[in-house]
Design a protein around this ligand. Structure first.
Ligand code: ADP
Ligand code: MG
Length: 406
């Protein structure tokens, strides 16, 4: 990808009309990942643009059935093929790197096969190098960009989770890690509704992953059809919040297309990306959410400062606090449709950075998770005053934190 392609990409994303998704896909994996990242930036893109870009998460163009067969041959061997009674030609899902087909094993078990669509790695790495040079060039002229938007940090995040996603062994490894956390703590925290699909490791490799077929809609489908119950959205926050706030290791890409709902259970799928966050951010963020849920903005100002690697004090802090109080003056009692939580979070962090705080790079995955949650509530239950609903979990999280982290 050359520099003018990046410029065109950004022009399309920020343009007046909705960006052309086919064009974006045709520019390659990095272009798609950047566009997916912008799908979350309702803090500086119009909502329609974000919703449009979000289609890149679940509705990309699959490869032709002939190419699917060819790739399967390339990635597997005869013994592998002999384990299957049938494999469907048309995929049930297709995202940026993989596509997923239903199949039945000789034993009668219903499974899905996930396959990496093509050999993305070399071009992706080359594009990342080229974009990094481009960003450094731009930052040279606009140093402020580096401080506020942290484009290098975001690019690094995209690079590391995409490379992880391209090797399906990571999905197995990280899936196991998340499951182990569940097993270790299920007696200390109510994780009853969380499930993981069985993975057939003996039939899987870097390019192909075979797992148990889960017969249920994704949270995304439920939200689109207005069938997702509000309590279920909150339960996702309850489970995911446990991983983020109490453990600090969490599913790195838990958007609603990566959650299957079957009866009362939530299945974590697509576990290729795992995110980790340092103790300082983890506890600071929890403190922030706790204060925010009580509309205690003075408390919020201290909590945000606690999250920063480099904290501020004295006059600087006082000024920051005064500005934060102004930022939140009409926040209490607002529903998610009246006031986007993500947007508020982004503005809050921006205010912190402009006041002199410095945050570690680990912030972005958390913000991404918050955005997914905010987006789900906005789609499924826009009248909710999310902050007030969150209060019911704070005490439970605190108890778990005291039990597990002391
Ligand atoms: N184990 C499964 N059972 C049923 N459907 C699945 C399963 N795994 C994936 N899918 C379907 O395929 C889609 C894409 O799968 P996913 O693992 O998220 O791949 P990608 O990396 O392409 O996003 C999911 O949104 C879901 O609809
Ligand atoms: Mg997915």
């Amino acid at each position: 990808m050359r520099w003018f392609i990046f410029m065109r990409l950004f022009k399309k994303i920020f343009g007046k009309s909705l960006p052309d998704l086919d064009w974006i896909q045709n520019q390659g994996l990095l272009s798609m990942k950047i566009a997916q990242t912008f799908a979350l930036r309702i803090d500086f893109l119009p909502e329609e643009t974000c919703t449009h870009l979000a289609k890149l998460y679940t509705k990309t163009t699959p490869i032709e059935p002939e190419d699917f067969q060819l790739l399967l041959k390339q990635y597997t061997d005869d013994t592998w093929l002999k384990s299957f009674k049938s494999i469907e030609d048309l995929p049930i899902g297709s995202a940026s790197v993989g596509q997923v087909h239903r199949a039945t094993l000789k034993t009668g078990e219903e499974v899905v096969i996930k396959l990496i669509k093509k050999d993305f790695k070399r071009k992706f790495e080359k594009d990342v190098r080229s974009l990094r040079r481009f960003i450094k060039f731009v930052i040279f002229f606009y140093p402020k960009l580096a401080k506020v938007a942290d484009p290098v940090g975001i690019l690094e995040h995209i690079e590391s989770y995409t490379l992880a996603e391209l090797d399906l062994y990571n999905e197995i490894k990280h899936g196991k890690e998340l499951k182990q956390i569940y097993l270790d703590h299920k007696d200390q925290f109510d994780l009853d509704r969380l499930k993981f699909p069985h993975i057939y490791e003996e039939l899987s490799n870097e390019h192909v992953l075979v797992s148990e077929f889960i017969d249920g809609p994704t949270a995304d489908e439920l939200l689109t059809n207005k069938k997702m119950k509000f309590d279920d959205i909150l339960e996702i926050f309850h489970i995911h919040g446990f991983y983020i706030f109490i453990i600090g290791t969490f599913h790195g890409d838990l958007h609603p297309g990566n959650l299957i709902v079957k009866g009362k259970d939530f299945y974590f799928i697509d576990t290729g990306a795992i995110s980790r966050v340092g103790k300082k951010i983890q506890s600071g963020l929890f403190e922030f959410m706790e204060k925010l849920s009580m509309y205690d903005y003075v408390g919020c100002s201290h909590a945000l400062n606690h999250m920063a690697d480099h904290e501020i004090d004295g006059k600087k802090f006082e000024k920051f606090q005064a500005n934060l109080l102004i930022l939140y003056k009409d926040f209490a009692g607002k529903s998610v449709s009246e006031e986007s939580l993500t947007k508020k979070m982004m503005e809050t962090i921006k205010l912190g950075v402009n006041s002199g705080m410095i945050f570690e790079k680990g912030m972005f995955p958390i913000i991404k998770s918050m955005m997914y949650l905010d987006g789900m509530v906005l789609k499924g239950s826009p009248q909710t005053v999310l902050m007030e609903e969150m209060r019911r979990f704070i005490i439970e999280f605190k108890k778990a934190d005291a039990m597990i982290n002391l």
